[in-house]
Design a protein. Sequence first.
Length: 231
Amino acid sequence: MAAHPSEAVSRRAVERARARLPDLVPDSVEIVELVRSRPYIVVRFLPDGIVVLDERGRFVRGRERLAAVARHLDATGRVSRALEQTLLERRRAHVEQSVALLRRQLSRNRRGSLRDAVASVLAELDGLGASLGGLEEDLRRQRSFPPTERTLRRTVGLLNEAARADRRVVRATRALAADVARASRRRDPAETLGRWIAARLASSDLPFFLEELDERESDRFVEGFVAAARA
């Protein structure tokens, strides 16, 4: 199988850098693209060394450029961890199952307030499904390429929109729970709805990605990265 173009660029850059620094023995190599097709290659070597190369294998030493690479590298890692917590495939499957169940309940329930509450949850679930689908499509589009600053901002926007949609489902579910509780007092147990509500409200919320919450830790990462790369 042919190497991906970015991998070929990375390999050539490291080879050229080793011609200048024969003792360079990479422990790991990572490609960072602030803008598309303008890669930087982050080479780590034991015990805690870092060098940053441009695509021609030249060492990057400017503090501002190193800081930009470090910030993007840190943000990319944090967004990746947030995406792992979303459990996208599982959540999409749960939304689809929930929609099917609630539609059956809607067809069986003719009373006004409970029917309206179920319909409200269904509408919010449809919105959540669309948001999750948009996030999945975004991730598929860029699966073969490192995220750039622009594509990372787009992914963060889609992740946060999905989190907002998830909170809207939770609010609608709580309103439905109140209607189900009233129905239960009238000896109409609505057991299937009750079980679904309990499971939905017990599930974890989709995470937001709020960069400012980790600002100090990010600043420390950037400072340490720049110092190591300029050592």
